[in-house]
Ligand binder design. Structure first.
Ligand code: SF4
Length: 243
């Protein structure tokens, strides 16, 4: 990815953090379930389905569940998903977890998109950002994070989805306040970067959260942005035993 950007910036620390992360992590679509499906298939409905499969799951499991679902019902479309028996959907996506909840939700989502938008999500994604986001969040199983992922991934709209990694990493690094919900975190991070960089910021913070700034025991001693991090509970190197 190379140097993220140079020049003046309203928050030099934020710039240095992201510049450093952009040198450390080589972002590949294959590392992100939604981006991988979008790049390969250019179909926002499929991107939405895999994004829902990734809710409370890992991208790897979501990707495998998506592929299995495609295989079992012969391709993924609102028509095919709404017509498929819920038990077949459930069995296909079990590898990603929460199948008892997600299978009927995916079928309901498909039916809603068929009924309200003739199966065409571009009818939503072509609208101005705020309107598109509201319409997406009216769909079954679509909350702000899923809507933001779809908007930035399939429609290049300016938003930073706040998944569990982005939330944790941005708060620890001081890019977002310690208190406050989804919208506060999103607004805080977005205020620090140009809109054109939002998607990259999202992907870099996830990459860092997976590799170093993990939930339970972050790898602070080797963290590439440690010197910028105010997190008071940084981990220390594991000391060698003397015997
Ligand atoms: S120093 Fe630790 S807490 Fe801070 S960003 Fe790095 S891994 Fe996360």
């Amino acid at each position: 990815m190379g140097t993220f950007y140079t020049g003046d910036h309203p928050n030099p620390k934020a710039r240095q953090i992201i510049n450093t992360l952009s040198k450390v992590f080589k972002i590949k679509p294959s590392q992100f379930a939604s981006l991988k499906v979008e790049k390969r298939q250019h179909d926002p409905f499929k991107t939405l389905v895999v994004t829902i499969l990734s809710q409370n799951s890992t991208d790897r499991s979501a990707g495998r569940a998506f592929e299995k679902l495609e295989e079992v019902i012969g391709g993924i479309s609102p028509e095919k998903l709404s017509a498929a028996p819920v038990q077949r959907i459930r069995n296909a996506i079990a590898i990603g977890g929460l199948q008892w909840h997600k299978a009927p939700a995916l079928r309901q989502l498909s039916r809603t998109i068929l009924e309200q938008y003739a199966g065409d999500l571009d009818q939503i994604l072509s609208k101005p950002f705020d309107e598109a986001r509201e319409l997406l969040m009216d769909l079954p199983q679509v909350g702000p994070k899923t809507a933001d992922v779809l908007l930035v991934t399939s429609a290049s709209q300016p938003t930073i989805p706040v998944d569990t990694h982005v939330d944790r990493v941005s708060r620890r690094l001081g890019l977002a306040p310690l208190k406050g919900g989804y919208e506060k975190v999103r607004a805080s991070i977005q205020s620090l970067f140009p809109r054109i960089k939002y998607h990259q910021v999202h992907l870099l913070l996830i990459a860092h959260g997976r590799a170093y700034c993990t939930a339970l025991r972050p790898k602070c001693p080797t963290c590439p942005v440690r010197k910028y991090c105010p997190y008071p509970r940084k981990t220390r190197p594991i000391s060698k035993r003397s015997n």
